[in-house]
Write a protein that binds this ligand. Structure first.
Ligand code: CTP
Length: 413
């Protein structure tokens, strides 16, 4: 049943006066229409954890859209309605946003002929949520401001620092909740309950129903918010890393590669963090790099995987010491692949790669086609070869000036 409790003291202590006033006004406005408004979800959790809730979600027993309009009008905000979700977002001049949702109320006649409001919809709304700590609401009605609605003992779980799903199908309904769970464990120093981890294991087959983009965006959020190494450790502990990324394993070797990546001062800028970190898992296991292609979603990511593979086999072919000669095999390889290959390669090879990368980056043409013509060469496809040969000599330090480049042309024409 519903647990009694009131969080008004916490709301007063934790919220800024203007947010508290806003919630009071929303509650009063709803009440003046015989409706009830509640804060719900993450904000209630944060309040009980004595943290400032930033995102405000309001659920209204009545007409959420109308309440959003009234609230916006009063504070000079703007409303955007999302018809399909039945929600409205009010954006205030300060930039703060508040989401409003309608929870249908059902009125039914009692024998005494007085209409009674059924709260079954708020309960259903809460029951659809991920964890007990996220499945609470608090009333904003002036008569019971701050009264907690806690059908699933979320407050007990918060006190016990336990993360618990509401029912056995929670992860089947939405397997991204597995990753949310790992994130919340770390954020609040909570621990999943035993049944919760068991439900994870029952729901692994549902992961295949998730789109790649939902998985990757959840990983992006996880890695950004939490410590990626600890998150990977936890995924490994739960035995579910390969469920999300086939072929990915967590070993002391892959851990080292991930840590090398995380400590790198110059990370590739145009690749998402989730991709870089997961790619490191594949890089840490000799021979499994090609399977990283299944984890890559964009063309660019696939090309990085392929080029990194190519570079590493090039490095294994022989011992390279001339950046110029290496250039004829690697000139087309993108910077990002050089970066990842250096992370995966052994010490000497990595040193060579970084040296090549640095020199290649610093290359500035000493001559152009006009210079070749002026030197008496006939324009044609050879021009490219001449200019490329000069680049190679520059990489090897054999040509450093324009004068030396022109001399090279004269000698070789
Ligand atoms: N929710 C859910 N299942 C999901 C995502 C969200 O049940 N896969 C519910 C939870 O009740 C959550 C609420 O929707 O509290 C809002 O979701 P969201 O804003 O993503 O999370 P918050 O809990 O607010 O956490 P955060 O502080 O990270 O925003």
């Amino acid at each position: 049943g519903k647990e009694k409790g009131n969080v008004k003291p916490q709301l007063v202590a934790l919220l800024s006066p203007d947010v508290l006033q806003l919630l009071t006004v929303i509650g009063e406005t709803a009440a003046s229409e015989n409706q009830n408004a509640f804060i719900i979800g993450g904000m209630v959790r944060d309040i009980l954890l004595e943290q400032k809730g930033e995102d405000i979600d309001i659920v209204v027993e009545g007409d959420g859209m109308a309440l959003a309009e009234k609230t916006a009008a009063r504070y000079d905000g703007t409303v955007s309605v999302h018809e399909t979700f039945g929600t409205a977002t009010v954006t205030f001049p300060s930039g703060r946003r508040v989401d409003f949702t309608t929870s249908r109320t059902e009125y039914y006649e009692t024998p005494a002929a007085l209409p009674t409001v059924s709260r079954s919809n708020i309960k259903e709304d809460l029951y659809r949520r991920d964890f007990t700590m996220n499945a609470m609401a608090a009333s904003l009605h002036p008569s019971d401001f701050g009264d907690l609605i806690d059908y699933f003992h979320g407050r007990d779980d918060i006190n016990k620092k336990t993360l618990r799903v509401l029912h056995n199908l929670s992860f089947v309904e939405d397997p991204t909740r597995i990753l949310r769970g790992i994130r919340f464990e770390q954020r609040f120093q909570f621990r999943m309950s035993k049944e919760t981890t068991a439900f994870i294991h029952y729901s692994v087959s549902a992961v295949s129903s998730l789109s790649r983009s939902r998985i990757t965006s959840e990983f992006q959020t996880l890695f950004k918010e939490a410590d990626p190494v600890r998150s990977l450790e936890r995924l490994d502990e739960l035995g579910i890393l390969p469920i999300f990324f086939p072929g990915a394993v967590w070993t002391s070797q892959t851990k080292k590669v991930v840590e090398t990546y995380l400590d790198s001062p110059e990370k590739p800028e145009d690749l998402p963090e989730w991709f870089c970190i997961l790619f490191c898992l594949y890089l840490g296991q000799a021979g499994s790099i090609p399977s990283a292609e299944t984890a890559a979603v964009t063309k660019k990511q696939k090309s990085i995987v392929q080029n990194t593979s190519l570079l590493l086999s090039l490095l294994n072919e022989k011992e390279w010491n001339s950046p110029g000669r290496f250039h004829s095999h690697a000139y087309h390889i993108p910077e990002e692949a050089l970066f990842f290959a250096a992370i995966a390669a052994d010490h000497d090879q990595a040193g060579f790669l970084r040296q090549y990368q640095k020199k290649r980056r610093e290359l500035r043409p000493l001559l152009d086609g006009h210079d070749l013509k002026a030197a008496g060469l006939k324009p044609g496809p050879d021009f490219r070869d001449y200019l490329f040969s000069i680049e190679q000599k520059m990489l090897d330090g054999e040509i450093t000036t324009r004068k030396e480049a022109l001399q090279f042309i004269r000698q070789h024409k």
